[in-house]
Design a binder for this molecule. Structure first.
Ligand code: SF4
Ligand code: SF4
Length: 192
């Protein structure tokens, strides 16, 4: 009888491991989600996602850690917080996305490397200039991917039409942007 009970406890611990991990890191209890789909209906990048926000919640409920950490969805998430604002259960889905992103980066998951790289270069550009420098982002991303001339044939017409700037346009108070980044790094360290 005792032996049976021990087996049951071990199994439950294993089954709950990923949802518990998410709960510890993001304070979100995935089992409060009842799959209404409101988060997905309002997601600003929903058409481009591999897994929709409610499907990501389902992966956590099912403790499918590898599937969640290998999904590109958290890296495509624009952190607009619409899902969080719309959730009838007050679930902070944007925070869950951020948490999975951090775990994927930490474990260097193979199929998220490219998206992660793009995300980092994008944020570096915002941090340095206060706004996105598209030409710099494309050039750095292509060089780091060893495809330096990818899409380069599009550049002349975009520059000619004024859609692409040759030099970065910096905003005035860049210190404030840097402060936002510093605060977010400190918060991230808290999650880690
Ligand atoms: S809106 Fe909230 S409850 Fe509904 S599916 Fe999304 S996370 Fe779950
Ligand atoms: S925070 Fe991310 S997942 Fe949520 S609605 Fe915005 S883009 Fe979609």
């Amino acid at each position: 009888m005792k032996r049976k009970l021990e087996t049951q406890i071990t199994l439950n611990t294993l089954i709950d491991s990923f949802s518990n991990e998410i709960k510890t890191l993001s304070k979100v209890n995935a089992y409060e989600c009842y799959q209404c789909g409101k988060c997905t209906a309002g997601c600003s990048v929903g058409d481009f996602l591999e897994e929709t926000p409610n499907q990501m919640m389902r992966l956590i409920q099912l403790n499918l850690r590898d599937e969640a950490l290998n999904s590109k969805t958290p890296f495509l998430c624009a952190t607009c917080n619409t899902c969080t604002a719309r959730c009838p259960m007050d679930i902070d889905i944007a925070k869950v996305m951020e948490t999975i992103r951090i775990l994927s980066e930490k474990e260097k998951k193979k199929n998220v490397k490219e998206v992660s790289k793009f995300s980092k270069i994008f944020l570096d550009s915002i941090k340095n200039h206060g706004r996105l420098f598209e030409l710099g982002l494309t050039a750095r991303f292509n060089i780091e991917n060893k495809t330096p001339f990818k899409d380069s044939e599009l550049a002349p017409s975009l520059i000619f039409k004024g859609k692409l700037s040759l030099l970065p346009q910096k905003i005035k108070n860049r210190k404030r942007i840097k402060k936002i980044f510093d605060n977010s790094i400190n918060e991230k360290k808290g999650v880690e």
